[in-house]
Design a binder for this molecule. Structure first.
Ligand code: MD3
Ligand code: FE
Length: 227
């Protein structure tokens, strides 16, 4: 049995047993980086997993992307809207971004940072027990709009760093199934990564492994050629 700890917001003594029963709280990890635990209901999580399974059927399924250095990423990635390749969105059309995801993205931004949101691409990453993602910045979008992240299945240790270097300071956050994370403003260019998956921690029977959906504005329409 672990010893009681002082509750962050109230200073009241709580036990780990009680903590496990209480809803985790919304937190601004850094300016523009908002974590909302348990944002998706169990039904929404189930719907999203089903949708991802359908979207991963041929053509244009999940693929392990090869990095310019020659290595393969350990995650499997499904591109929606436009195909992503390191380090750009290609012109190849893939499956369109479902309206339902656009709608969820708009709701997510409205409830956190506020403002309009018009995502046109999404990356769906699948992590098996051994998969991880090294510290990197997302710089392939021309738009400064936020990235919306939805987590499904097993929990992970997500590492949120700083905008200058891929090293410390950073904050490790446990992302669980149903969590929303929105990265905008000064956090949009922060280094981040997935340190490890915590196998077997997801909701029973939802999925083996972890899925993460990130919605983005590619900004392609900003770089427009003349008609
Ligand atoms: C912070 N995905 O797809 S989600 C990615 O869990 C990516 O699959 C991870 O990093 C995943 O590029 C992390 C959280 C996340 C996503 C995009 C961000 C954090 C971010 C963009 C800017 C800053
Ligand atoms: Fe990223």
């Amino acid at each position: 049995m672990s010893s009681p700890t002082r509750g962050e917001s109230t200073g009241v003594l709580r036990s780990a047993t009680v903590d496990a029963l209480l809803p985790r709280q919304r937190a601004e990890i850094a300016p523009g980086a908002v974590h909302v635990p348990g944002w998706l209901s169990a039904v929404q999580q189930r719907e999203l997993v089903t949708a991802c399974r359908d979207l991963a059927r041929p053509p244009h399924g999940m693929e392990r992307v090869r990095l310019p250095g020659g290595g393969l990423m350990s995650v499997r990635t499904l591109s929606l809207g436009r195909r992503w390749r390191p380090y750009r969105y290609t012109g190849e059309p893939v499956k369109p971004l479902p309206d339902r995801l656009v709608e969820l993205g708009r709701l997510a931004v409205a409830e956190t940072l506020g403002g309009p949101y018009d995502p046109d691409v999404a990356l769906v990453n699948f992590y098996d027990d051994a998969a991880k993602m090294g510290m990197h910045q997302d710089k392939d979008e021309l738009s400064a709009a936020p990235v919306v992240s939805l987590s499904l299945g097993d929990a992970c240790v997500f590492r949120f760093g700083n905008t200058e270097t891929r090293s410390r300071p950073w904050t490790d956050v446990r992302l669980e199934s149903g969590d929303l994370f929105v990265f905008g403003g000064p956090s949009r260019r922060a280094f981040h990564g997935v340190v490890r998956i915590l196998p077997g921690t997801g909701p029973h029977d939802l999925l083996k492994g972890r899925l993460n959906i990130t919605l983005r504005e590619s900004g392609r329409q900003l770089a427009h050629r003349l008609p």
